[in-house]
Design a protein around this ligand. Structure first.
Ligand SMILES: C[S@@+](CC[C@H](N)C(=O)[O-])C[C@H]1O[C@@H](n2cnc3c(N)ncnc32)[C@H](O)[C@@H]1O
Length: 695
């Protein structure tokens, strides 16, 4: 199968298209990639088609006008599994696409060029675009959609063809560029960035882009896709301000910045509150319509709100508010009647009539909104069915499809399937776990945590939930990867490991390092290498019956790893015993010192995921051995402590063992909770920094 299509939309680019095609073909050849160069011609009448063909491109004609239409036509016709698109005006380096290909091969569904990181050459971009248009639009994109993209409108980008087809992009104009990034971000795609240089285009005629018209079209598009920022946030602000000011003025006039605010201000404040409420309702209408039309992904919180806010409840709420307003007006009418329907002091009466009228109008609006929402909900395509006989079948199919896509590495699509399955089977831990894991894998940790929370409520005590949460919390390299790096960097002559189990960590140690493992019940998953040896006894027994230095051929311990019995006093004894055989340059690593939660940090092991109370050892060492350098590297699942500046002659821990055990066994887990990173010396999981710790 063709790996790559280099796609260029083209409208009258005779001056440059041949050069662009030649560069792109040259790149494919140099990089040894099975690929094609595809020109999506959008009605050129200057010979661009012929020139492109002559330079070796495949050319297709896209009849519908517009940048987006041309690209959509090109994407539909592309043969490559991946596509790199860019303008045919010679402003991008088609002969230097290695960075894009590397990221696409790593599995990123979208790879964006970044002209601000790669360099914008003199005259390549008008100052207005460079310093205002592009930064502002990119900022808005990041703010509204959490798109991790520094240059939202860079025209040079790479993507997975099938993944982009699944986004069902609709715009035909310049907004296509925004639509791709917005929908990719909303779908939770991992997006990579590659620095790209922008050159002045080689056409010698004005570009198709028109600053203000196209800038506004992009901004408008971004806002339309974000009812939250267009309606909800301004609405909430107006509502809060209006209600607060009306309430304050109900009791007394307010003096603010030298101005006296009274009933006139109250009238405007009530109007603001009403407008704010309307905007909030609009946000809901827009979201529901966009979800139903498939423009925005379904949001569980909106679905939940709609199930709670039924037509009947909406009508009752609106009616209640309207009636409050009516009775309040009745009271004001009563006052008027008491005064014999004569003239009343407006500063007194309006204090009642303004909020009363606002309540009546607001109540009626809520009733109308409830009707409108139920009409919009009728327009829901109804798929997938949320209940009924069909839902079980559909859930099964979706789950199977999600599993297959996950296996095939199409994670974004798998997430869409698992999310729908999780809505259909909200109490099925299997569905929730898949949704959580895949959400994490596509780089949506918040969503993954949301699913973990739901998992905990339907299946408390599931190891997989803890493991996933632990990975989300720290991210970065696993402790075994960090250990492999440490071994490689330190190149110890000797290595001692307490707690071997299957030998996964012990097997990382390569010759000529002499490696000794100690474990009463080793469950080695295969033969050991000649430099690795395991003693099948407890560590206490080992140190009582053997001479470690002799076992190490007379050498000290250069590197040790404590991962045996995960109870504090055992780990303490292991530390004390090992330190005696260390030098000032040695390092002791201790596993599982940074617990995930109270349950898995207890002394008793209740289930698979368990870090025990080794964390107490860190508290003890910090307090009584200030001479040590202690850092817990934030490795998943529960941290890896790196202890340096060891002192083989130190006697304090040995001599006060009993007392220290008593003192630290009395510390409750709650002690950690207000500042776990500070109390346990959490250290970034960043290899350059870890390397510096190792001397
Ligand atoms: C978490 S596993 C070790 C995993 C291994 N270090 C790795 O990373 O692949 C803990 C091991 O400690 C062993 N163990 C339990 N009590 C011990 C003790 N008192 N001395 C030495 N090892 C012990 C258990 O038998 C178990 O195999």
């Amino acid at each position: 199968m063709t790996e790559l299509t280099i796609l260029m939309p083209c409208l009258n680019e005779a001056a440059t298209v041949g050069r662009c095609v030649a560069k792109a073909r040259g790149f494919l050849q140099r990089a040894g990639i099975d690929g094609e160069v595809l020109i999506a011609d959008n009605g050129s009448d200057d010979g661009s088609r012929m020139l492109a063909e002559r330079a070796g491109a495949r050319v297709i004609e896209v009849a519908e006008r517009g940048y987006g239409a041309a690209l959509a036509g090109g994407i539909a016709a592309a043969r490559g599994r991946s596509i790199i698109m860019g303008d045919a005006d010679d402003s991008y380096d088609f002969d230097r696409l290695d960075g894009f290909v590397a990221k696409l091969r790593e599995g990123y569904p979208l790879v964006m060029g970044n002209r601000f990181r790669g360099g914008v050459q003199k005259g390549a971009m008008p100052l207005l675009h460079r310093y205002l248009g592009n930064p502002v639009l990119s900022f808005v994109g990041r703010l509204l959609f959490r798109a991790k993209v520094g240059d939202l409108h860079c025209g040079l980008r790479g993507f997975d063809r099938e993944a982009v087809r699944s986004l069902h992009l609709r715009t035909t104009g310049m907004e296509f560029a925004s639509e791709l990034v917005v929908k990719a971000s909303l779908a939770g795609w991992r997006i990579a960035e590659v620095p790209t240089t922008l050159h002045p285009d080689g056409r010698g005629r004005p570009p198709h882009l028109r600053t203000w018209r196209d800038g506004w079209r992009h901004l408008r598009f971004l806002l339309l896709f974000s009812p939250r920022w267009l309606f909800l946030y301004p609405g909430l602000a107006l509502l809060a301000l209006g209600v607060a000011l009306t309430t304050a003025l109900y009791f007394t006039p307010v003096h603010f910045l030298g101005a006296g605010l009274d009933i006139h201000s109250m009238l405007y404040a009530s109007a603001a509150a009403l407008l704010g409420m309307q905007l909030c309702l609009f946000a809901l209408f827009a979201r529901v319509s966009a979800q139903n039309a498939g423009l925005l992904p379904r949001q569980p919180s909106v679905d939940r709100l709609l199930t709670t806010l039924t037509l009947e409840r909406g009508l009752l709420l609106g009616l209640a508010l309207a009636l409050c307003g009516l009775f309040w007006s009745g009271a004001a009418f009563w006052q008027w009647r008491e005064a014999g329907f004569g003239a009343l002091d407006p500063r007194v009466v309006m204090r009642d009539t303004i909020p009363a009228a606002a309540l009546m109008v607001g109540g009626m609006e809520i009733m109308l909104a409830a009707f409108l929402l139920s009409i919009l909900s009728l327009q829901d395509s109804g798929w997938p069915p949320r209940s009924g006989p069909d839902s079980a079948r559909v859930a099964g199919e979706l789950f199977a499809s999600g599993t297959a896509k996950r296996k095939a590495g199409r994670l974004t699509e798998a997430l869409a399937d698992f999310s729908q399955t999780a809505e259909l089977r909200p109490h099925d831990p299997g569905c929730l776990l898949q949704a959580a894991e895949v959400a994490y894998l596509v780089g949506k940790p918040q969503l993954a945590l949301e699913y973990c929370g739901r998992l905990r409520s339907v299946a408390p005590g599931l190891d997989a939930t803890d493991m996933l949460e632990a990975h989300i919390r720290f991210g970065g390299e696993h402790y075994l990867q960090v250990m492999a790096r440490i071994l490689d960097a330190v190149k110890p002559r000797t290595y001692v490991e307490i707690g071997v189990e299957q030998g996964t960590s012990l097997r990382l140690v390569q010759a000529p390092t002499l490696a000794i493992g100690i474990d009463p019940e080793p469950k080695l998953a295969g033969a050991l290498a000649a430099n690795q040896k395991v003693f099948a006894q407890t560590s206490d027994d080992f140190f009582a019956t053997r001479d470690l230095r002799a076992e190490l051929g007379g050498l000290p311990v250069d590197l040790a790893f404590i991962d045996g019995m995960h109870q504090f006093e055992f780990a303490l004894r292991d530390f004390v015993n090992l330190e005696r055989f260390c030098t000032r340059d040695s390092t002791i690593l201790i596993d599982d010192c940074y617990p995930l939660n109270r349950e898995t940090a207890e002394r008793e092991r209740r289930r698979g995921f368990w870090s025990g109370d080794v964390w107490r050892l860190i508290l003890l060492l910090k307090k009584y051995r200030p001479d040590l350098a202690i850092h817990i590297v934030a490795t998943p699942p529960t941290g890896l402590a790196v202890v340096r500046r060891l002192d083989p002659d130190s006697r304090f821990l040995r001599e006060h063992h009993e007392r220290l055990c008593r003192e630290f066994l009395a510390v409750d887990y709650a002690f950690l909770e207000d500042d776990m990173p500070g109390k346990l010396n959490l250290f970034p999981n960043d290899w350059a920094k870890i390397r510096a710790l190792l001397g």
